[in-house]
Design a protein around this ligand. Sequence first.
Ligand SMILES: [Zn+2]
Length: 296
Amino acid sequence: MRRLPLTSVVAAASVLALAGCARVPSPLMPALRGSIGTPNSGVLLEGRELRRDAEGLRWLRDNDRHWAEPRFAQAIERAAAYVARERPGGRLTVGDLSTPTGGGPLPPHFSHRSGMDADLLFYATTLDGAPVDSPGFIHFGADGLARDEGHARFLRFDVDREWLLVRALLEDPEARVQWVFVSDVVHALLIEWALARGDSLDTIERADEVMRQPNPGGVHDDHIHVRTTCAPDEMVEGCEPTGPQRRWISYDVPRLDDRDEDLALSLAQPLAPSAPTAPAAVIARPLEAAHTNSRL
Ligand SMILES: [Zn+2]
């Protein structure tokens, strides 16, 4: 980090003391915003709700669990809209993201606390190939079929739309997909489909790298769990990166061009309405692994 001349620091600190508030955004005192902490023990401030009427998607349940880091929610909407335009008739069914404030526990999930996780149910068709809304968490086997008990029928895994969704997310720089938790069987089906289509080998390699059947955390033969990773500006605002870095995702921190005078002036600005402070106890809470039957 660039060192500031002592006089500037003293001047800035004096202004800050006069302002009487420790929540002025600055390189010295970054405001907490967006995804705070980690997916397993974080919270969400100023998230964005995935639109329930967005093109090409629907909520599985009418609840308050559709909030996320704003760029992530938008990336999911973009991907669903893309699939709907490429293959009209099918809709993405969206399970849980995070609550408006994040945090937890959020049974049955281990994570989903910081707006970085989304459960997206599989696209499905009838046996004749007609697209249908997913009836819920139904389990698809290696034959690509699942029993839909509610309608006393079998449905087919819609590998075509599902691959288009995964591909759209992987190729969207704003999505910053770190993981797609999914069963080994569906992983194999998607990779084989992508190869058969002759899609970009780079994208297929990305898909192969991020898809993983978690253990523990459920087989994920009924949905994909997409995990995004912090962007550099989000890290400044409290997002705590976990897990591997991906070679195609940029982690470069934007250069700070602030002059010392600008810094002192920014500290003297009138205070914006302050966002709710993330409860320290929530941020510091360790992973609670009490749910034996949890999804990720
Ligand atoms: Zn999940």
